[in-house]
Design a protein around this ligand. Sequence first.
Ligand SMILES: Nc1ncnc2c1ncn2[C@@H]1O[C@H](COP(=O)(O)OP(=O)(O)O)[C@@H](O)[C@H]1O
Ligand SMILES: O=C(CO)[C@@H](O)[C@@H](O)COP(=O)(O)O
Length: 534
Amino acid sequence: MNLVEISQAIKDGRVSLGIELGSTQIKAVLVTDDFNTIASGSYVWENQYKDGVWTYPLEQVWEGIQESYKQLAADVKGKYHETLTKIGAIGISAMMHGYLPFSEDGKLLTPFRTWRNNITEPATDKLTELFNFNIPQRWCIAHLYQAVLNKEEHVDQISFITTLAGYVHWKLSGEKVLGIGDASGAFPIDEAIKNYNEQYLAAFGQLDDVKKYSWDIRAVLPKVLLAGENAGTLTAQGAKLLDASGNLTAGSMMAPPEGDAGTGMVATNSIRKRTGNISVGTSAFSMVVLDRPLKQLHRDIDIVTTPDGSNVAMVHANNCSSDINAWAEIFKQFAGRLGIDLQPDKLYEALFLTAAKAQPDAGGLINYSYLSGENITKVTAGRPLFVRTANSKFSLANFVLTQLYAAFAPVKIGMDVLTNEEQINTEVLVAQGGLFKTPIIAQQVLANTLDTPITVMKTASQGGPWGIAVLAAYVRLADKNESLEDFLDGKVFENPETLTLNPEPMGVKGAQEFIKNYQDGLAVERMAVDKIKE
Ligand SMILES: Nc1ncnc2c1ncn2[C@@H]1O[C@H](COP(=O)(O)OP(=O)(O)O)[C@@H](O)[C@H]1O
Ligand SMILES: O=C(CO)[C@@H](O)[C@@H](O)COP(=O)(O)O
């Protein structure tokens, strides 16, 4: 589309907006009906560790959404000389799971407990046994049941719980709904009925410590919707919440709110059975769409769904890029001392490119990037740790490669369970996430660490917000009965710009040596949790 055509599309509202609330950034993108991004905005935020809980204040949720929207609207005005007043469809996506309990009158009953918390182990042990289905610590039902077990005062006032995307969607549209992918991280889904698992709902409701409360779990959970279903419209109040300038009018169609797992699947076109993708940002999680049930229950493999409700095996590691950021900040401060003001993209590029000169085994250096506890390696709290021996080859190149290996190590260890015990493998994984903003290096290290070809698309560093914008467009543009898979293959990914990197034999061997040292040293990391108190 040329500038005149885009301006006309904006005037007519033939555009779709995607907003994703990720762990480190809120991003908004506007796409035309050919799925090209024509404008964007973002807001940087960071979780806080307050009173033993990882959280974000809800006021900052709105500050971030409004700032991202404001930048996007200014981008539209600057490039296309149009004021953004009408948006065809809107989708909200966010980090999944966690705990946002509300009272009947809409009051938040506890600060937001995010996916990053490892505070629900007793609840997950009990529920996993009850359902014979893996309940990870970060899931909404684990948080709710842990609050029950803790006998927290607020529990009897609960009227509704939701995820972050569900909360924002509710405020914009008045609808208490979730896309099925996001819902699958709240409570287990039954793939056959594309809804919460009835048997598990009943079992949960029958628990003695749950029966005490007047609420019913069925009424407390949001309603489940499939991709493409109508999830309400933007209300006048919602329009004001999104666009503080008041230019935006009400009435946009709303897509079912999704989790960043689902939007990652869309952004990498990984909805069909046996396709695989991986998201690498604050956390790292790989996802394979299943064509058969798993042979057995694994505590390291989570079953979620695609936005159209197919089961997906997910390996989720809580820690990926946060420690890279912490070290990058140290290098930035050092550069600052030398009078050099390093902007983030330049900083990451300079560091990552250094890793190209590293020894394949990263010189024997070891790093545990655990800002928070790590489920895969059974480390209960965050103690970032860098260890080396006197003979390790301590160079900047090896240090940076160590950081990248360490970012991918937990997910690699978890994925070995899927490969070795379930024989579930994909020929290639399509990856997305902020680490690919600097091309090649992180992609190659990931391919070597996982010993799997990694494909990255042009949109990889903006995968999530673009994915939810595509889901919004699907509500508006799909032909009757057109499946999401066909919509993606036929309309969205006609000609994707991709780059695939294969594992390099030397790199694979080096990564394996790193992982061996990493696993051998895990006892030291666990001892750090035990001995070094906050
Ligand atoms: N220019 C860059 N090159 C490489 N990595 C980057 C760059 N900018 C940011 N990053 C990394 O990307 C991460 C954010 O990735 P993203 O997928 O947006 O994650 P999240 O959803 O967790 O916020 C940052 O925390 C940082 O580690
Ligand atoms: O928990 C999940 C997926 O199951 C994610 O929402 C969570 O790890 C947050 O992802 P990001 O690190 O923000 O990409």
